[in-house]
Design a protein around this ligand. Structure first.
Ligand SMILES: Cc1ncc(COP(=O)(O)O)c(C=O)c1O
Length: 456
């Protein structure tokens, strides 16, 4: 009989990975973590504090992954940890309504309420919010709700956008699907795949064509509010408004996925960011994840009240969850939102630009063609001369430069997302010392990128 329990916690990354490979598919519980596109052994992290994470070998890194988004205030922020402790002390969950859920919903609705420019009624991004556990659940529910509300079958999504791993949303998706270079997933029936129409991002003509051909059968268009799962590719100014107007003109809905951008690119997410830049748009449904849970599993679906009220128990669209609105997760989410005041949203772009400018200068000094793409404080580096506008352009880069660049950064104490198709995240805790450490890694990483060769 094979015995697996060694009774000893691994003390090196290599040992941890070897043991993980024996008991977990690919050694990981989410594919990009496996380092498949950059090669080498994944680091197994055991703690994080402020802008730093530490692996099982005791090596410390400046972290630019930020838990893939949630770590807005840095790791283990004292207020968030205190909120978690206080909630844990009261019990881990009850599977019943609890007051923390109400308080979190009120906080979110408050953030998504902006004063009207003309002094009239405030603008409201969402009117009601249903809490659940993952971003995948939020987008999956948004689609079911859009279909239930419109009685229509089809969904339009954009190539390179990632909305989680539900069946309708994996066609030509970003994130791990892009990292692994695969078109979608096995195990999805052709009938289901046929209900999703994929069009190029930032392409007004493709949008007009798809609505001209199928307008009366389209339930919704789903878009990352600003795409960040093929690397960062923001919408052209006014593109989100065009999506909203086009959907509305055909009786369809717009689902804005703010799982990544929500509470990060501004206090009111990308919706608030565009509002501040004079290109306001209204989504019918908006999804949240990551920051809304303060680092614990929590997500939300918000939207107009008349739509949200179609969810059970009021309406015919079913959605439920044993862990939905978990009291510990709502407590950490609320603590994070309360802790992220205006100064945080001024700090993030400053730090992000300091890092991006330094890396860009180092790459230029080595003659490496590259561009930096931005959506608020979210950014990524592309190994091509101009920032892409869609997935085809994001793929048309010297991808093979990223692996050596990534490993040189890691060797010099900087943890980047292990894929060229991911956004980089900074936090309120990234101070001058952390930035300096990143910039100290810039020259060797740029040299590694310059010396890289395409695979034969
Ligand atoms: C824009 C977007 N939507 C949805 C998801 C899925 O969220 P989760 O991983 O919590 O299921 C992600 C995850 O990265 C995302 O970036």
């Amino acid at each position: 009989m094979t015995r697996f329990i060694s009774g000893r916690t691994p003390t090196t990354n290599a040992e941890a990975f070897e043991r993980a490979l024996a008991v977990t598919p690919g050694g990981v519980n989410s594919p990009v973590r496996a380092f498949r596109s950059v090669g080498g052994t994944p680091v197994f992290l055991q703690s994080g504090r402020g802008p730093y994470v530490t692996d099982v070998e005791g090596t410390e890194y400046v972290d630019l992954v930020g838990q893939w988004g949630p770590a807005l205030l840095g790791h283990a922020h004292p207020d968030v940890i205190a909120a978690a402790h206080a909630a844990v002390d009261r019990g881990l969950g009850f599977g019943a309504a609890s007051t923390g859920e109400v308080e979190l919903a009120e906080l979110v609705l408050d953030r998504l309420t902006l004063p009207a420019a003309d002094g009239g009624e405030p603008r409201r991004g969402i009117e009601k919010l249903r809490l659940m556990s993952t971003g995948t659940e939020a987008t999956m529910t948004a689609i079911r709700l859009a279909r239930g509300a419109t009685g229509r079958p089809l969904l339009v999504k954009f190539a390179g956008h990632y909305h989680g791993h539900s069946d309708s949303l994996l066609s030509e998706a970003g994130s791990g699907i892009a990292t692994l270079g695969i078109p979608g997933s096995a195990g999805i029936t052709p009938e289901t795949a046929a209900q999703t129409i994929v069009i190029p991002y930032n392409d007004e003509d493709a949008l007009a064509e798809v609505f001209a051909a199928h307008g009366d059968r389209i339930a919704a268009v789903i878009t990352e509010a600003a795409a960040a799962n093929m690397g960062v590719v923001p919408p052209k100014p006014g593109f989100n408004r065009l999506l909203a107007d086009t959907a509305r003109a055909h009786g369809a809905l717009l689902i804005a996925d703010e799982v990544m951008t929500g509470f990060r690119v501004s206090a009111a997410g990308w919706w608030g960011h565009e509002e501040a830049h004079g290109v306001a748009y209204d989504a019918d449904l908006t999804t949240f994840g990551k920051i809304i849970g303060g680092g614990l599993p929590l997500a939300g679906l918000g939207g107009r009240a008349e739509l949200l009220d179609l969810l059970a128990p009021l309406g015919p669209v079913y959605q439920a969850g044993t862990l939905s609105g978990n009291p510990v997760a709502v407590a950490t989410g609320a603590a994070m939102l309360r802790g992220a005041g205006g100064e945080v949203y001024e700090h993030l772009p400053r730090v992000a630009h300091a890092i991006a400018d330094g890396l860009s200068a180092a790459l230029s000094a080595e003659g490496v063609a590259h561009s930096v793409a931005w959506a608020g404080s979210q950014f990524s580096i592309f190994f091509r001369e101009s920032a892409p506008q869609n997935y085809a352009e994001a793929q048309a880069q010297e991808v093979w430069r990223f692996g050596p660049f990534f490993h040189a950064m890691l060797e010099h104490g900087v943890s980047l997302p292990p894929s060229v198709y991911e956004a980089w995240f900074v936090s309120a805790a990234h101070d001058d010392a952390a930035v300096e450490r990143v910039l100290a890694a810039a020259a060797p990483a740029a040299r590694a990128a310059a010396a890289a060769q395409p695979a034969r």
